[in-house]
Write a protein that binds this ligand. Structure first.
Ligand code: GLU
Length: 316
């Protein structure tokens, strides 16, 4: 098979997509269409045990409503558990992963001091058992990847040279959860590799995760990890990542209240260096795609303002 540059849109059908997610997907889609990448739609439904097919359908409808399309999929992550299970077995056999039944409280008690801005507690190396090849025979336990010491360095098209010391920050991280499923880190690597993904575009909240994913690419012998493009986040007036406390910015809410998708795209465009940042204008997804330039996209986080919400909903 010829090696086609490929990206993926990877929504989690947890709640509904909000304006921050919409911006990431629209930019991912625009870059793919500008640069001729194949787009795979992958629904990441593993973290959400009770996902109903309705929420998957809703997620897909909303992407279409915005004018986003794709070439393959939807591939539903939970429908193909085999490859992640197989990858997990290989890491266990290689002595690079081990079962770990410690609770978060036990880990936090062993970790020296909580680190500012790190959401996951640091897993101190003292808690790691002696490594040896083992059978992956306890899928109802958490399994951790033994993170090698030293920093990982990679190039991100937006953030430039990025160095992350996985062992020194999160430490040995969970790759399989006691719910009998791969963690996000393992699932994303296995799926990106087998779906031929060469370009990953996502929010900068996942920039650090890239290092963990590179370690898994190496340990599994999966070839070069994808080219990395991380985007600044949309935040509320308090500087925190857009969430429920900033009001209802779900796309479904705008659609159901009669908003024109061209207004949403106009807002995203204004946030992304296309047009006047303070005075959005209605535009189509196609116009956005032609005008968007990753090189001139503002590098800082974008602040969602109340007037943005009013603008999205007004029809004048
Ligand atoms: N499913 C993740 C999300 O919706 C995206 C993960 C990724 O792009 O690697 O935030």
């Amino acid at each position: 098979m010829p090696h086609t540059a490929t990206t993926r849109l990877a929504p989690s059908p947890t709640g509904a997509l909000h304006l921050g997610n919409a911006r990431t997907f629209l930019i991912n889609w625009a870059l793919a269409r500008q640069r001729g990448w194949r787009i795979v739609l992958r629904i990441e439904d593993l973290d959400t045990p009770r996902v109903k097919s309705e929420s998957i359908a809703q997620t897909i409808d909303i992407l279409r409503w915005l004018g986003i399309d794709w070439d393959d999929g939807p591939l539903i992550q939970s429908e193909e558990p085999g490859p992640a299970h197989e990858a997990m077995s290989r890491l266990a056999h290689a002595g690079e992963a081990y079962p770990c039944a410690l609770t978060r409280a036990q880990i936090e008690a062993a970790a020296s001091a909580p680190q500012e801005g790190v959401h996951e507690p640091h897993f101190p190396i003292e808690l790691r058992p002696a490594l040896s090849p083992v059978r992956f025979d306890r899928p109802d336990t958490n399994w951790r990847f033994a993170a090698p010491s030293g920093a990982i360095e990679f190039h991100d098209e937006v953030y430039g040279t990025t160095r992350v010391d996985v062992a020194g920050t999160v430490g040995d991280f969970v790759i399989w959860t006691k719910r009998g499923q791969p963690s996000y880190q393992l699932a994303v690597v296995v799926d990106d590799a087998r779906q031929g993904v060469t370009h990953v575009v996502r929010g900068s909240d996942l920039l650090e995760s890239t290092a963990r994913q590179i370690l898994l690419y190496r340990a599994l012998g999966l070839g070069p990890p994808p080219h990395s493009i991380h985007l600044p986040l949309v935040v509320g007036a308090d500087g925190l990542r857009l969430a429920k406390r900033h009001g209802d910015t779900r796309l479904a809410q705008y659609r159901d209240r009669g908003a024109d998708p061209q207004r949403i795209i106009g807002l995203i465009a204004a946030w992304s260096g296309v047009g006047d940042p303070l005075h959005p204008r209605e535009i189509t997804a196609d116009t956005f795609m032609r005008a968007f330039d990753l090189r001139t996209m503002p590098r800082g986080n974008v602040t969602f303002r109340e007037e943005d919400d009013r603008w999205a909903l007004s029809d004048g």
